[in-house]
Design a protein around this ligand. Structure first.
Ligand code: ACO
Length: 331
């Protein structure tokens, strides 16, 4: 089976740390509510750092860890729901800053499943094009710029940050993936862009998207619906990826789930019958950083030795779209 070898990881967190207590000054909440309902204590937020900058810093660290030449990167895939520009893409901006002159560039918007989608896409490019030696997958998020700080039910949940992975193809390797989506749930988690507007518009073409009323670009979330979806999507994605290769999930050394809510992870672990010890969780320190959450946790675990070469690892994401996906591979 064709798989991947991760050669290097990197991460970047913005300089400003916000603790639960800080929210009590701006909305009606408490440290206790946030901790018990979500498992979150702290999060890093942009102090002006743009999304591309966080991605660039993480990418530079991953490239250094991989020990490769930047000119040998053939494809850059960037995942973000909080980009700096409608155009150009984050991957293009970062390609230019890195000097990765031989890399084609692709941006994806798969929300919190974005890193899993990105790694699987990169694997397929590496597999199908011999000219692509290395792939760089970046997830960079500036979620706090689409966060409404007057809404206590969402503002406490999100943080900013980035992480990156350099990978190459590997023959005869453990690898399976399962990616999915349920667009009927799009209305449960969304952030609008600017509405149509031009000098000639009469408004006669207006169409109702049947999403809940929301006039701003801020994230809207139906927390309960997303919670229900997430507790099912996590075990389903991982189990389906395992079934495709007849793999016993108990053989995994580590599982890195999207860090949306500690209770979602606990429920999913129980449903899967897998010990919580196998799950790598850093939600207390970072809150939810959307697509950056899985690679930030991976980078931390690699750097402190919890994940080592040869370990069997599962990554599993779920989020707006609704999207979900899992990858099983050997680190
Ligand atoms: N502080 C105090 N009280 C609060 C807060 C807060 N920060 N937020 C909500 N409450 C209140 C509500 O107003 C409600 O009060 P009421 O009963 O008087 O109406 C009460 O707490 C319970 O609210 P619920 O929404 O039922 O709380 P719940 O236990 O479901 O927790 C949460 C909410 C944490 C959002 C949970 O539903 C959740 O984790 N959902 C999934 C989120 C997720 O997975 N997102 C994924 C992707 S994000 C992305 O893709 C970018």
């Amino acid at each position: 089976m064709q798989g991947i070898k991760i050669l290097g990881t990197g991460g970047y967190l913005p300089g400003k740390k916000v603790v639960n207590e800080d929210f009590t000054k701006i909305v009606d909440t408490s440290d206790e509510w946030i901790k018990t309902r979500t498992g979150m204590s702290e999060r890093y937020v942009s102090d002006g750092e743009p999304t591309w900058y966080m991605g660039l810093k993480a990418a530079q660290q991953a490239i250094e860890a991989a020990g490769i030449s930047v000119e040998d990167i053939g494809v850059i895939i960037d995942s973000s729901v909080s980009v700096d520009y409608y155009t150009p893409s984050m991957s293009c901006v970062i390609q230019g800053k890195l000097g990765a002159v031989n890399a084609m560039t692709i941006d994806i918007n798969c929300a919190c499943a974005g890193c899993v989608y990105g790694i699987d896409m990169a694997k397929r490019y590496l597999q199908s094009d011999e000219n692509i030696k290395y792939a760089l997958v970046i997830a960079n998020e500036n979620l706090t710029k689409i966060t409404d700080y007057t809404d206590r039910s969402t503002c406490v949940l999100f943080g900013d940050g980035a992480a990156a992975i350099v990978m190459k193809r590997r023959d005869d390797a453990l690898y399976s993936s399962f990616l999915g989506a349920d667009g009927t749930g799009a209305k449960y988690l969304f952030a609008r862009s600017i509405p149509p507007a031009n000098a000639f518009m009469t408004g006669n073409g207006k169409v109702d998207d049947e999403f809940p009323e929301s006039n701003s670009h801020y994230l809207y979330q139906d927390g309960r619906e997303v919670y229900k979806f997430a507790t099912k999507a996590l075990p389903r994605a991982l189990t389906t990826a395992a079934e495709k290769i007849n793999f016993d999930l108990n053989e995994l050394d580590a599982i890195i789930p999207h860090q949306a809510n500690a209770r979602i992870i606990e429920t999913a672990a129980k449903n899967l019958g897998i010990s919580m010890d196998k799950f790598i969780i850093n939600i207390d320190k970072h809150a939810n950083t959307s697509s950056a959450s899985i690679p930030i946790a991976l980078d931390e675990a690699v750097r402190d030795g919890r994940i080592k070469s040869g370990d069997k690892v599962g990554l599993v994401g779920f989020g707006a779209g609704l999207t979900f996906g899992a990858i099983i591979f050997e680190f």
